[in-house]
Ligand binder design. Sequence first.
Ligand code: ZN
Length: 440
Amino acid sequence: MWLNSIIRIILINSLLAITIGFSMPAFAAKNVKNVRVWPSPDSTRVVLDLTQSIEYSYFMLSNPERLVLDIKNTSINAELSNLAQSSDILKNIRSSTKNKSDSRLVFDLTSKIEPIIFALKPTAPYGNRLVIDLVDTEAKVAENQKKMESDRDIIIAIDAGHGGEDPGSIGGKGNYEKRITLAISKKLEALINKQPGLTAVMTRTGDYYISVHGRTEKARNANADLLISIHADAYHTPHPSGAGVWTLSPRRANSEIGKWLEKKEKHSELLGGAGDAIKNTTTEKYLVRTLLDMSMDHSMSQGYLVAKEILGELKDITKLHKRSPQSASFGVLKSPDIPSILVETGFISNPKEEKLLINNWFQNKMANSIFTAVNSYFKRNPPDGSYFAKFKDVKHKVKRGESLSLVAQNYNVTVSKIKEANNLRSNNIKIGQVLSIPQS
Ligand SMILES: [Zn+2]
């Protein structure tokens, strides 16, 4: 599936190599042959493509803020101008020759940052790399300050799959999964934010790479009540089709296609940033394991119920690949404390569905179905202290001769409040119907 993109990336890199300017120490044995910049709202990733692994050191300077990276026995053969254009954190990258064989890169920054620098071994299509993550510390603090309160909104984290240098699967017509997932996610975000009592938080808002760990971390920092990861499925033959919903599982995936998907996700992770594998040490795995045992039952059963609800909506707008929620253990679903689900919106490897997936009308329907399911699930099962919980307490069973306006009058609330609390599309109510009465 990625072969196309791999070839494209290699092509772009070699074109760059021809047009670059040179600032080269005379006796350097190694090369920085290309520099890539991936900005996101609160961090920017800079990737140096290297001919061999390198020795490096770095330090920070203030007034103005700079990161200085010294690289031993290496020359810079990459174009650096205009690279930082779209980053909020990075103003400019400059290079200078430190001495006969060493190079120095200076990163001019807009604010104080925390650099995370690590080397990556070759993973096709990439060779040796040095990754420099520039993390805006102030943005992180602001996010953490978002505290729980009474009448709080229920937080839905929306995770648009893939992004940046990880295109996800690619359809026969050349459409990238990462673009489809972002388009649907943005539509879902708008619907959620329009609903009083719900707030959406996006794990990514543009075309940049974010690690699996970074995605769940974002959801956790926002105190998310639910994490929905949006993807498009792919298979090595064009026939398979239909949408599906996956939920967290501590065990191995329960079907053949599940196992295959697991492998695919792992591959994408390597392609995008094997840094996760380095940072997630055994101690952290142990901690995760302990947490898993504590809170998995709760989040799993909640995730399963939301997944079922979403499938109930999706069956009206598209073919289902599997009628019941499937369980898997993808990275993004491994967050033990947050109920997490993964929606496969269709098969991008199926020509008919690839066409649908890029269609604005279909994307709207997809977002709408997911929204309707999530909204009604939380209206029926509101977390304590949430705005939705206020609507839950008082119930009224409709008696003969009662109209919606009469019920509203008796409880001193508006008709529209009752309709909103019960997801009613019209003013028609039936005898025996149980209505939730919102407390005004
Ligand atoms: Zn995917």
